[in-house]
Design a protein around this ligand. Structure first.
Ligand code: ADP
Ligand code: MG
Length: 362
């Protein structure tokens, strides 16, 4: 009987050139629900949103997977169920109709660097020439105002809408712009649903290529509301290498799968530490946990962000590290993340039509 590992290794020989020269069906997370029973192997081949696999290639890709697995010792039959996920079309949505892609940045727990990742991803996408917004959906611990060095109140736009704030070329919205930071958490609880919905529906985001959403930590009600309501193209899960945080990351992954939002991948933050004096990379935690979790869950691994002393200072100083130290290892990881996501999503959405007006509800 072949092992799971054998099957994955064989499938890694089936390339996904649409996603990049080094991509294969496993690293593209196209292989799901692998079941091995005796010599019978079955799995789903999900050619997900943005893969851009031309229709005439779908059959061919499936056949390549079948023959790769058939070649393994002990395999008697291979059953592949192939599906192609539809691509959501931006201008057919009523929520954020002129935004091509909404990307959630999520984590199972706080303090793993979710806001840092969301802010730097937004800046990195902007640096790569895209029009970008950042929605701080972390009602309990908004960090966008500090990370972008912005204070003050948003301008109203007519009776029912408000304009986003702006810094470093990014359109920004956060509960931190609307309520006094000293408002007790207990008051904010009931506001969560309303505030998040309003941020999506009543902020004049305008025509943007990407809106990055800094999600509240965890997998509770607020997260479910957002994932169900927001027109998410996909989610990025941030984790640290430690086991506790990985357990939470897996929960996050399950939540997005439940609501059928594609998980674009896992990124590992505070992966290793580069010391200033010797330039060596020190693995102070168990580096590689994020990569293993990604492989185990069949989602792409999106990179490692080192622990870097400049990150905390730049976050507090209103200038994300991609701007304050663009050559640093962390910045390179964020820029790489941005280009990977754009490669995955960039060609999937339709051009904003510019014809529909923003829809909102009372
Ligand atoms: N790679 C990193 N290196 C150094 N400090 C970091 C790194 N990632 C995050 N931090 C710091 O850790 C703290 C928590 O990060 P934050 O992004 O706010 O996490 P979360 O949004 O998940 O709660 C912040 O002070 C941030 O500046
Ligand atoms: Mg945060």
């Amino acid at each position: 009987m072949p092992s799971t590992q054998d099957v994955y290794s064989a499938l890694k020989s089936v390339p996904m050139p649409e996603l990049g020269a080094d991509k294969d069906v496993v690293s593209a997370a196209a292989v799901r629900n692998l079941v091995i029973s005796g010599g019978a192997v079955s799995f789903d081949l999900v050619l997900a949103i943005g893969d851009g696999v031309p229709e005439e290639r779908v059959q061919e890709r499936q056949a390549a997977c079948e023959s790769a697995v058939k070649g393994l010792a002990g395999v008697t039959s291979v059953h592949v169920k192939t599906s192609v996920r539809p691509v959501p079309v931006a201008n057919q949505r009523s929520i954020m109709p002129h935004v091509k892609h909404v990307i959630a940045v999520a984590s199972g727990k706080g303090g793993v660097g979710k806001s840092t990742t969301a802010a730097n991803l937004a800046v990195a996408l902007h640096r790569q020439g895209h029009r970008v917004g950042l929605l701080d959906a972390d009602i309990y611990g908004p960090s966008v105002p500090t990370m972008f060095g912005v204070s003050g109140r948003p301008e109203p736009a007519g009776e029912k809408q408000i304009h986003p704030m702006h810094a470093h070329g990014i359109s920004l919205m956060s509960i931190g712009f609307l309520v006094d930071p000293d408002t007790p958490m207990v008051w904010r609880g009931p506001m969560v649903h309303g505030a998040l919905t309003q941020f999506m529906e009543q902020v004049v985001w305008g025509e943007l290529d990407y809106v990055v959403v800094d999600m509240p930590p965890g997998t509770g009600d607020a997260q479910l509301t957002l994932t169900q309501k927001a027109p998410l193209s996909g989610a990025v899960i941030v984790t640290t290498p430690q086991e506790v945080s990985l357990v939470d990351a897996r929960k996050g992954l399950k939540m997005f799968e439940q609501v059928k939002v594609p998980v674009l991948g896992i990124i590992e933050n505070m992966s290793y530490f580069v010391c200033n004096s010797c330039d060596a990379e020190h693995d102070i935690f168990l580096r590689g946990g994020g990569r293993r979790a990604a492989e185990e869950m069949s989602v792409p691994f999106l990179g490692e962000i080192p622990l870097q002393s400049g990150i905390a200072a730049s976050g507090d100083g209103g200038l994300p590290i991609v701007l304050s130290a663009p050559e640093s290892a962390a910045s390179k990881a964020f820029l790489e993340l941005a280009s990977t996501l754009h490669k995955r999503l960039g060609h999937a959405g339709a051009e904003p039509s510019g014809l529909q007006s923003m829809a909102w509800k009372d």
